[in-house]
Ligand binder design. Structure first.
Ligand code: FPP
Length: 253
């Protein structure tokens, strides 16, 4: 293996996905939008299985953003019902498959029964180690930073942290997903090329992969293309390409 090969990031540890294109998929099949979301939920199941098979330890999926409440009431209701179904029907299967389920986002706006199901599913799967599946529901990257900043401000107010000592680490430690590696690879399906208020802090050094494939068509082969693309990226984290090839990890920016 050459030194260049040694510096290739062979496999991501953490994949984050913006699952876009359900509505357009349904439109193309002359079906209502809800059919696209239903098919999208099946693809979630397939994606989880692929990550388990391939050995990816962390997967974070953007299921419902803080902005998605602006959608028609019926569509929001359907998405919440799909979420209920996933929690009721899939939690046990996830558990048997060694998958830990974590929900990230502002739970306060979710219906009581959903919050209850979330707590039960998280408790059931909390010791599983094969894959951690983070489902972002009523999640926004700005919300995440604000809630982390609030926690840091509380420490200042309590006299535990001097304002002049306040640093990035005090935000980072309170963010959702603070206890797992930041995403190595972000996949966005559906042809759009934006972050849409997903993990805006955590994606600072993430490799992006934009696919024209609509989420309901994003199969195992499509995932493998994304992984192949990732395997050919050189991750420099502010260093020069030569430093990376020489294995110099001391320099920053
Ligand atoms: C974007 O497609 C997709 C969503 C807003 C929801 C993602 C939901 C799923 C994949 C189903 C699983 C759901 C849960 C809650 C587990 P879009 O509707 O914006 O598609 P379009 O851009 O083609 O209109």
């Amino acid at each position: 293996m050459s030194s260049a090969d040694e510096n290739l990031p062979a496999m991501p540890r953490h994949i984050a996905v913006i699952m876009d294109g359900n509505g357009r998929w349904a439109y193309r099949q002359h079906l209502p939008r809800v059919a696209g979301h239903r098919r999208g939920a099946e693809v979630v199941r397939e994606m989880v299985q692929s990550c388990v098979d391939i050995g990816i330890p962390y997967l974070t999926l953007f299921a419902f953003s803080t902005e998605n409440w602006r959608r028609p009431v019926l569509e929001v209701r359907l998405l919440m019902n799909l979420f209920r179904l996933l929690l009721r029907r899939e939690a046990r299967k996830l558990h048997e498959n060694g998958v830990r389920l974590c929900i990230i986002g502002d739970r306060s706006a979710l219906d009581c029964d959903i919050r209850q199901l979330v707590e039960e599913a998280e408790a059931l799967t909390c010791n599983n180690k094969r894959l951690q599946l983070n489902l972002a529901v009523n999640y926004g990257g700005r919300w995440d930073i604000v809630q982390a900043a609030r926690a840091a401000m509380a420490a200042v107010q309590a006299g535990e942290l001097a304002p002049e000592d306040f640093s990035e680490a005090h935000i980072a430690q309170h963010l959702c997903l603070a206890d797992i590696p930041e995403p190595d690879l972000l996949i966005r399906t559906g042809g759009e090329e934006r972050i849409s208020n997903f993990l805006i802090w955590q994606l600072a050094y993430t490799e992006f992969y934009f696919s024209d494939t609509l989420w309901p068509d994003f199969d195992r082969m499509a995932l493998e293309y994304a992984l192949q693309s990732f395997a050919h990226r050189q991750r420099r984290f502010g260093r020069t390409g030569d430093q990376v090839l020489e294995g110099d990890c001391s320099a920053s920016d």
